[in-house]
Design a protein around this ligand. Structure first.
Ligand code: NAD
Length: 497
């Protein structure tokens, strides 16, 4: 029996509380990237299905927006608990469909649980916040503001962290009181379809969450243009994000965009070399380098450049690449054939451009989209390998002589998602962090992300922020109410600003 035959897979659309086939009667082929075998055929929706899902979400919004935040919080906690109950199943699905090692998939599931719990906690405070009275320079009027849910919102997500990118949108959207049409990646729809089943079992009313699988052009674009969609929250590549923004412009929809990156890790000569090696390798090879936050540009202070390169080469060579279900495997395959081809093109380009290839690690021969961990040094700053998002286990290393040079090189990119600084000098760590044009800076720390904080970047990496209270605010409208002073009978939950 093949591995995927052990799984009971959801393959239908989830619209208005029902599992259904698409109008176009077409299906997507979902592939196991480790073996290139077909795992499942999933419904490929079209614009008519999108319209049904959006109308269901818009209808459900009329009642869902009137629920108390405490009621919504209880459902978010039920979803977190449903995910927790199916933790191992979801992790295995994630590894099967995305190719990441089971240990990494378990981290993803924990992140999903933490995100739903965090937004449940935030929702529990919302009823008490209610309406805020605003101090105005007039005794004649009383002004107040309150936050309300944005409406029926479209959530469009990629394939590299399927359930995580979804949870970062879905949990705050529901907490805010929005209803949702979720479009998973056509490459990794299976974890999200399982999540839909958990959401249904948690008792979320019909129409509040709809999951529509299909391609970007047949599902994503109609969602971005649909007049009843109030807002699009998109995670994916920068070119597609720009397209989504253009499409949404016709109906003046709000957009939140979480896009690509080309981030740096700066290693100063005083750094703990063991720590630096761990942080560079983690930033480049976790999830086979398929991370928007990959710190694949390594800037190392010249006196330690050779020593760090030697340790990284050793680490890359020893990285165990293979079947994500095998214990001890540290890196799985890339998630799809197109990404595999793209990464191979970059590696070939680096070699052709004369960059010094220090190491190509081992990867299994035969089927599966496996790529060797790869490192180039002394790469020219104008090289596409230094400037463009590769989205694979390829790191590029350049040396620097001064702090200013390192900051300048790190900021010399059209992206601005994250950065890491490695130094024993705490003052320098904070000084450099302040200068970096990035939405997240880790100092001597791995890429841990707590849902209480924030996520998103500068420049072409993002519009808006996810996580924390910012993630909730992204799904809220602000309403001001002004009336003659004295006419107001204050409701119970009004508080002074
Ligand atoms: P992608 O842009 O190709 O696709 C993302 C989603 O958009 C998919 O669901 C796709 O079907 C859909 N889509 C495609 N065309 C569309 C269109 N015209 N209109 C609406 N939707 C459309 O990205 P990908 O290859 O799935 O994911 C990799 C990219 O995602 C990388 O660039 C990575 O940096 C980025 N990413 C960013 C973050 C972040 O938080 N900033 C997180 C994860 C991934």
């Amino acid at each position: 029996m093949k591995l995927h035959e052990w799984f009971e897979l959801r393959t239908q659309l989830y619209i208005d509380g029902f599992w259904c086939a698409g109008e176009g009667r077409r299906r997507l082929t979902v592939v196991n990237p480790s073996t290139e075998e077909t795992i499942a055929h999933v419904e490929a929706a079209n614009a008519a299905d999108v319209d049904s899902a959006v109308r269901a979400a818009a209808r459900a919004f009329r009642t869902w927006k009137k629920t108390t935040a405490a009621q919504r919080a209880a459902l978010l906690r039920a979803i977190a608990s449903g995910v927790s109950d199916r933790r191992e199943h979801l992790a295995a699905l994630q590894s099967l469909n995305n190719g990441k090692p089971l240990e990494e998939a378990r981290i993803d599931v924990s992140d999903v649980i933490a995100t739903f719990e965090y937004y449940a906690g935030l929702a529990e405070q919302l009823d008490a916040v209610g309406e805020s009275v605003v101090a105005i320079p007039s005794d004649d009027y009383r002004a107040s503001v309150r936050r309300e849910p944005a409406g029926a919102v479209a959530l469009i997500v990629p394939w590299n962290f399927p359930m995580v990118t979804t949870a970062w949108k879905l949990a705050p959207a529901l907490a805010a009181g929005c209803t949702v049409i979720l479009k998973p990646s056509e490459i990794t729809p299976l974890p999200e379809l399982e999540l839909a089943a958990i959401i249904a079992e948690a008792g979320v009313p019909r129409g509040v969450v709809n999951v529509v699988t299909g391609t970007g052009t047949e599902v994503g674009a109609p969602l971005a243009s649909h007049p009843l969609v109030a807002k699009v929250s998109f995670t994916g590549s920068t070119p597609v994000g720009a397209q989504v923004m253009k499409t949404a412009a016709d109906t003046i929809k709000g957009v939140s965009l979480e896009l690509g990156g080309k981030s740096s890790i700066i290693v100063f000569a005083d750094a703990d070399l063991d720590l630096a090696t761990d942080l560079v390798a983690g930033g480049a090879f976790f999830n086979a380098g398929q991370m928007c936050s990959a710190t694949s540009r390594v800037l190392v202070e010249r006196p330690i450049a050779d020593a760090l390169a030697a340790r990284l080469a050793d680490r890359a060579t020893r990285t165990v690449v293979g079947d994500p279900f095998q214990p001890g495997v540290q890196m799985g395959p890339l998630t799809n054939r197109a990404q595999y081809d793209r990464v191979q093109r970059y590696i070939a380009r680096g070699k052709a451009d004369g960059a010094r290839l220090v190491i190509e690690g081992e990867a299994p021969a035969g089927l599966g989209y496996f790529v060797k961990p790869t490192m180039f040094v002394d790469i020219p700053p104008e090289s596409p390998l230094w400037r463009e998002e590769i989205f694979g286990p390829v790191l590029c290393l350049r040396s620097f002589d001064t702090e200013d040079e390192a900051i300048g090189a790190a900021n010399d990119t059209e992206f601005g998602l994250v950065a890491t600084v490695v130094t024993r000098d705490a003052g320098r760590g904070r000084r450099v962090a302040a200068e970096l044009e990035a939405g997240v800076v880790w100092i001597n720390a791995p890429q841990v992300i707590f849902p209480q904080t924030s996520w998103g970047g500068y420049k072409r990496s993002s519009i808006g922020r996810e996580l924390g209270p910012f993630g909730l605010a992204a799904f809220q409208e602000i309403k001001q109410v002004l009336m003659p002073a004295g006419a107001a009978a204050a409701p119970e939950n009004v508080r002074g600003a």
